[in-house]
Design a protein around this ligand. Structure first.
Ligand SMILES: [Mg+2]
Length: 356
């Protein structure tokens, strides 16, 4: 038997290999509607109701940096990213289980602050933190959250289901999280440089960051769009497919297209970019559309809807139509702001935890 490092096949290659091993267990319980491959697993709890469940792992230095992330914010974000996956199923969150592994020397007060952030977010979303587990960790803090949500069989929305001709819609703005992250990384580099040179801590750092507050907030405190799920409920809208934007617009639209067996054509000029991200991208001499298309971690919802239902979303000021679902053969196309149409498959992919 030969051994291959995970980095050779990447995160998605790894998921495929492991999913193949566990696939036969699906036959044990026929109520399972959707297993691995969507934002949540889905199973039927009665004739009309389904439960959805997701789990998410946050590892220090991989997903967060304690030098630039206040623990209260980290706790809140850890809850929000799970709620976002629940929303991506057109469901509302119910219960969460939280497990942590922390270094023995970590002050208890730090973990309390983390949990205060989690409790704060849970209260906002109306979900209950119902249990968990703790362990010591040989290196760094790791947080694992599992969460359930609930919706009806009629409303549950998968990644598959998008049809050629459907409108491609996105909520809120994109690019803010990557803009905020860039500012925080630059600040961290400055901080380390000052420490290395034995310079006194510059008290004005926080004041200087004030002008970037909006983008930093998008990175440290993204909100899950439960308000959009409420809106769908009120307007009786059921998207044909939906995902939350965690890997980046291009990668996540790719997930919808692959699962639905369709293509897509989006227009760069229609992509809602956070205005502050535009200014920050200019300062960093980066293309803000790169951040919006491939940056990820914006936790907005990306969904498709039959075009006859355009009127039902037209009045919502926080929903933007960015393109149309096409036949699979047409691939994933992007018309850029200069009118050039390019194949998104050629673009940088979303984040891969085991990639180069
Ligand atoms: Mg997701």
């Amino acid at each position: 038997m030969s051994f291959n490092p995970i980095s050779e096949i990447g995160e998605f290659g790894l998921i495929d290999r492991l999913a193949a091993i566990v696939a036969p267990t699906k036959n044990n319980l026929p109520e399972l509607i959707e297993g691995i491959g969507d934002d949540c697993a889905v199973w039927r709890t009665s004739d009309s109701m389904v439960q959805v469940a997701t789990t998410d792992l946050l590892v220090e230095t991989v997903h967060f940096d304690l030098l630039t992330t206040p623990l209260h914010h980290l706790g809140s974000k850890a809850i929000s990213v799970n709620v976002s996956d629940i929303c991506a199923m057109n469901a509302m969150p119910c219960y969460a289980l939280i497990s942590i592994a922390a270094p023995r020397e970590m002050p208890v007060e730090m973990l309390e602050e983390l949990y205060r952030g989690m409790a704060h977010a849970a209260t906002l979303y109306g979900l209950a933190i119902a249990g968990g587990d703790t362990s010591s960790s040989p290196a760094g803090l790791t947080i694992s959250i599992s969460m359930t949500g609930q919706t009806t069989l009629e409303k549950v929305t998968l990644r598959k289901g998008a049809q050629p001709g459907d409108l491609i819609c996105v909520t809120g703005t994109l690019g803010g999280s990557t803009a905020g992250l860039n500012v925080l990384m630059r600040e961290k580099a400055t901080m380390i440089e000052q420490l290395r040179n034995n310079e006194p801590y510059d008290k004005n750092v926080m004041a200087e960051l004030q002008e970037y507050a909006e983008a930093i907030r998008h990175h440290l405190l993204p909100g899950a769009r439960t308000d959009i799920i409420d809106f769908f409920n009120e307007e009786e809208i059921v998207p044909t497919a939906m995902i939350d934007i965690s890997d980046g617009l291009v990668a996540d639209l790719g997930h919808i297209c692959r699962r639905s067996g369709v293509g897509a054509h989006i227009e760069e000029s229609r992509i809602p970019v956070l205005p502050d991200a535009r200014a920050i991208a200019e300062e960093f001499q980066q293309d803000v559309f790169d951040w919006a298309l491939s940056g990820g971690e914006d936790y907005q919802l990306l969904f498709t809807l039959p075009k006859e239902q355009y009127d039902s979303i037209a009045s919502h000021r926080d929903i933007t139509v960015i393109g149309t679902i096409t036949e699979a053969e047409e691939g994933l196309l992007l018309t850029d702001i200069f009118g050039m149409t390019i194949d998104m498959a050629e673009m940088k992919r979303g984040f891969d935890h085991f990639g180069e």
